[in-house]
Design a protein around this ligand. Structure first.
Ligand SMILES: [Zn+2]
Length: 574
């Protein structure tokens, strides 16, 4: 007892003296600061210079989301990348080699939202590209907003805003932190790829309207397009690109990382084309279908063209505070869906994107000065290999017809409960029940859930069927469970999560590919930072998609978004 007592006293004394010392140190430190500050102000008065803000920040942050970019694409085509694109990012910047998505479903809207909010569907509400509002049973597109109208378009494509997003983005937090003096602009072919990253308080978001071939916005942001956007549209850039035809950047025989370019078994054709082969005669196929540019590498080139126009005309990075440009490159996703990861088309798309990025970074160097801006590049999700291709190489894979499963479950439930259409959607690998009909008929939703789960567990492609509200009671690997819990939003998600076997995805199309599952090909994404405030290096420790917003917030000395559950990747920032 005595010894313990003594030890305690010794410890207390040591702590006291340490804290007194640190207090003293702090005191002298702040006095020293005051002194320099005073002499600074005197000098400033003498020379009549504005007070420096003193807080170091980059002039501009550029977020680049490459839609459907698997992590391995950084290395799959590494030998053929130029010096100034992906290789420059890896060579100068900081790469987080093991960044994972911690929820399902891994789709575009949820991905872009997670990157910019550091949050997950359970909290941020964007539970899918489309989701069922459980209270009404109605399907909702993530950025649909009937209270606004298009600007630059009269079509429904303009009726978009971030109003379904329940939390702030890191771009919102930058606006709040600088009392709205920072400019924030979102740009992507896909409305959701520009709108969700730019947040609630953005100055603008622009996206592509297939009908007119114009870049448009909505009355959420503005009442008319700025002159520079009108001018950009007047240049008819989609036509200029599409008239060139899409040929491979290099001789097709040199594309060693892809299956021979005649794989009709694995690849989808363009409407009007005879076969899924290069060159794609876009000059003939585009007439009346300007939206075709989405499914060519030209879509990414045009996106970076308008990103440059935004920087130039909005004077981004020339502000007294940090500006933020959120860019998403959507064409990689459309091309991936149509042709799959083992195609000449995807290989060529990444070689062309690499070239476009190199040109873009050179433009940023010239406009803002090398080292004055910060960039991060990541992806909203990855993609599976084509199942036929995998099966041809003896790797287990396949598709699962979720529409047929819905029909069979409804027939079974209708027999038992005498109510039709009890399963209203299988979107996002989730069973969405007809809550209104269930209530009206006075039947037990729990009983229906059990019936559905027992049906689903018998399907050969299904590995697990999990009651979302009870995921913690189910015997499944912990990584799966946490992804289900993080993805479950009570207002916007179905009640049963279907987890397919690895290599399987829903649909019955034999060509191309998709994404949405927990498997590493869907959830392992690239994450590379470069430029102002970024260390050079890499880590293979596990990092998370939710860490991106937290890290950017730390870099900028601003508050993390209000639904953020990620952690700062310390080693990435100086
Ligand atoms: Zn996709």
């Amino acid at each position: 007892m005595k010894l313990k007592h003594l030890l305690f006293l010794l410890l207390a004394a040591a702590t006291f003296s340490a804290s007194a010392q640190s207090h003293k140190k702090k005191h002298t430190h702040s006095r020293h600061r005051e002194a320099t500050h005073a002499s600074h102000s005197r000098r400033e008065l003498a020379y009549d210079r504005p007070m420096p803000t003193g807080l170091p920040r980059p002039k501009l942050v550029i977020g680049l989301v490459v839609d459907q970019m698997r992590w391995d694409y950084l290395y799959r085509y590494f030998d053929r990348y130029e010096e100034g694109g992906f290789k420059r990012m890896l060579g100068e910047g900081f790469t987080c080699e093991n960044t994972n998505i911690d929820y399902i479903p891994t789709v575009t809207a949820a991905g872009h939202t997670c990157i910019y909010t550091g949050s997950v569907p359970a909290i941020h509400g964007i539970a899918g590209n489309d989701f069922i509002v459980q209270a009404t049973g109605k399907s909702m597109y993530c950025t649909d907003d009937s209270t606004v109208t298009g600007v630059g378009s009269t079509s429904k494509a303009g009726q978009m805003s971030p109003r379904n997003l329940l939390v702030t983005t890191v771009t919102d937090e930058l606006r709040l932190a600088t009392n709205f003096r920072s400019k924030v602009i979102g740009i992507a072919l896909k409305d959701r790829g520009g709108i969700l990253p730019a947040g609630h308080t953005a100055n603008a978001a622009y996206w592509f309207d297939d009908a007119s071939g114009n870049w448009i916005s909505s009355t959420y942001y503005m009442n008319s397009l700025p002159a520079w956007v009108k001018n950009f549209n007047d240049q008819k850039i989609p036509e200029k690109y599409l008239k060139q035809d899409w040929n491979t950047l290099y001789p097709v025989a040199t594309y060693l990382q892809s299956a021979p370019d005649n794989s009709a078994k694995y690849e989808g054709k363009f409407p009007g084309a005879d076969a899924p082969t290069m060159p794609v005669k876009t000059s003939e196929l585009y007439k009346g279908h300007l939206g075709m540019i989405r499914s060519t590498p030209f879509g990414n080139s045009m996106t970076l063209d308008i990103a440059k126009a935004a920087i130039q005309n909005e004077q981004l990075g020339k502000n007294t505070v940090t500006d933020f440009l959120a860019v998403s490159l959507s064409s990689t996703d459309y091309i991936g869906h149509q042709f799959g990861p083992n195609s000449v088309e995807i290989e060529d798309t990444y070689l062309r994107l690499d070239h476009d990025l190199a040109t873009f970074f050179t433009y940023l160097d010239e406009t803002l000065g090398k080292g004055n801006y910060s960039v991060f590049l990541t992806a909203d999700h990855g993609a599976a290999h084509n199942p036929n291709f995998l099966k041809d190489h003896n790797i287990p894979a396949g598709t699962w017809d979720d529409a047929a499963a819905q029909k069979e479950m409804n027939a079974m439930l209708s027999d038992k409960y005498k109510v039709d259409n009890l399963v209203i959607s299988m979107d996002n690998y989730q069973v969405n029940l007809n809550n209104i009909a269930i209530k009206k008929a006075g039947i037990s939703a729990d009983a229906i859930k059990l019936d559905c789960i027992s049906y689903l567990q018998k399907q050969p492609a299904v590995q697990f069927a999990v009651d979302m509200q009870n995921a913690n009671a189910v015997t499944i690997p912990v990584d799966l469970r946490s992804r289900i819990v993080n993805g479950y939003n009570a207002e916007h998600s179905g009640v049963i999560q279907v987890v397919l076997k690895p290599g399987y995805f829903s649909g019955h199309g034999a060509t191309g590919t998709t994404h949405g599952t927990w498997a590493p090909y869907d959830t392992h994404i690239p994450l590379v930072f470069m430029g102002w405030g970024i260390n050079h290096g890499s880590t293979t420790r596990q990092t998370h998609m939710t860490d991106i917003a937290a890290t950017v917030a730390s870099l900028l000395h601003i508050q993390a978004p209000d639904g953020c559950i990620g952690k700062t990747i310390n080693d990435a920032i100086r």
